[in-house]
Design a protein around this ligand. Structure first.
Ligand SMILES: NC(=O)c1ccc[n+]([C@@H]2O[C@H](COP(=O)([O-])OP(=O)(O)OC[C@H]3O[C@@H](n4cnc5c(N)ncnc54)[C@H](OP(=O)(O)O)[C@@H]3O)[C@@H](O)[C@H]2O)c1
Length: 335
């Protein structure tokens, strides 16, 4: 069996820490693991397979001898360091948005378009967290009956913004309960006990960058340039796991029972759909899990033919670190 020198870039972040844990949990064939962050976190230590690994400051020459680098250091880091890594012979799997729509960079969700990995020229992009869980749930329906349009509202957790926002929700919640002053940094407004219809930056038409990512990335992953996706992305005071309300106009009729059956048989999906027993996917239940959970499957009352479903997944796992590692596993399989 071949073993790989693997680097995690942004190893001290919300996604990076999950990445190191998943490398161990899935027993990825690691010969040597290197952990990189900025100078701020150099020297911090993590345990990997019983050994202590010290975080190093990321530098231009950090990629000598690295086979696979899992990047989650933000877009500036990806922009500068990914080309240097590729020059050094490293395959980069990037979590940021910088390379996602580059025609020379495959954008991959392993359950949906694994074949695209083989087209890489050194960089493979991991899609946006809210797109990943939605396309996993759309793919079996798309294959069965075709899809014209999707309307999606998201309920996204604060860990999607990173560690600073996780701390901010905790601190603000304590401050509200104890009637203390509230500090606001991560978002334009208080997130504790609030709902913010704003993720990313607004364009001239009033959509946010997160909403436009859901349209463009879905088209690229499904190779479906005509599919329409209109999203409203919303931040909610939940630590972990994003939930989505997804309304689909299909090309042909499909019954909710048939949809339940094909979704249940699709890799990576778990259907929880017994509403009369109060059984449906919940953010708290999805935390730390690998599956995309789908429930509340029913006929849409507006789109005809159409379906509605409720889709929940852990944004730090399937929405980021797990999907990146599944891409790395495809590389290992094909070599
Ligand atoms: N959170 C999610 O659900 C999610 C999902 C999909 C994609 N992503 C993407 O993943 C990336 C990281 O997100 P996150 O949530 O993990 O953020 P985060 O918790 O803020 O972590 C950022 C990481 O980047 C490192 N970093 C920052 N500047 C650096 C530099 N100049 N050189 C090297 N490392 C540097 C930080 O290191 P220090 O400790 O030294 O500051 C930290 O390890 C972003 O591009 C984000 O869009 C996140």
């Amino acid at each position: 069996m071949k073993y790989y020198n693997v680097a995690v870039v942004g190893a001290t972040g919300a996604v990076g820490e999950e990445m190191t844990q998943i490398l161990e949990q899935r027993d990825f064939p690691v010969r040597k693991l290197s952990l990189y962050a900025s100078h701020r976190s150099a020297g911090k230590e993590y345990l990997f397979k019983g050994k202590t690994i010290r975080v190093e400051e990321l530098k231009d020459n950090s990629f000598q001898g690295i086979d696979i680098a899992l990047f989650s250091g933000g877009d500036d880091v990806s922009k500068h360091f990914a080309p240097l890594a590729v020059q050094a012979g490293t395959v980069v799997i990037d979590n940021g948005k910088y390379y996602r729509m580059d025609p020379n960079v495959p954008l991959v969700v392993p359950e949906v378009n694994p074949e695209d990995v083989s087209k890489h020229q050194g960089i493979i992009a991991n899609p946006n967290c809210s797109t990943i869980q939605m396309v996993v749930a759309l793919k079996p329906i798309y294959d069965a009956v075709g899809i014209n349009k999707v309307i999606c509202s998201t309920y996204q957790s604060v860990s999607g913004t990173g560690k600073e926002a996780i701390n901010e929700l905790r601190e603000q919640t304590e401050a509200v309960v104890l009637n203390k002053d509230i500090k606001i940094n991560a978002y334009p407004y208080q997130i504790a006990f609030n709902v913010l219809p704003h993720i990313g930056s607004f364009d001239k038409d009033g959509y946010t960058s997160e909403e436009i990512k859901m349209l463009n990335e879905t088209r690229k992953i499904l190779h479906a340039n005509k599919i329409m996706v209109s999203a409203t992305t919303v931040r909610v005071p939940v630590y972990r796991a994003h939930a989505e309300d997804v309304h689909i106009e299909t090309q042909k009729e499909i019954s909710p029972d048939k949809a339940r059956e094909i979704l249940s048989n699709f890799p990576g999906i778990k259907v929880i759909d017994e509403p009369e027993q109060c059984r449906y996917p919940l953010s708290l239940d999805a935390e730390g899990k690998d599956e995309v959970f789908v429930g509340r499957i029913r006929k849409d009352l507006v789109f005809n033919p159409g379906l509605v479903m409720w889709v929940v997944a852990d944004n730090l796992r399937k929405g980021a670190a797990l999907n990146a590692l599944q891409i790395a596993e495809l590389l290992v399989d094909t070599e």
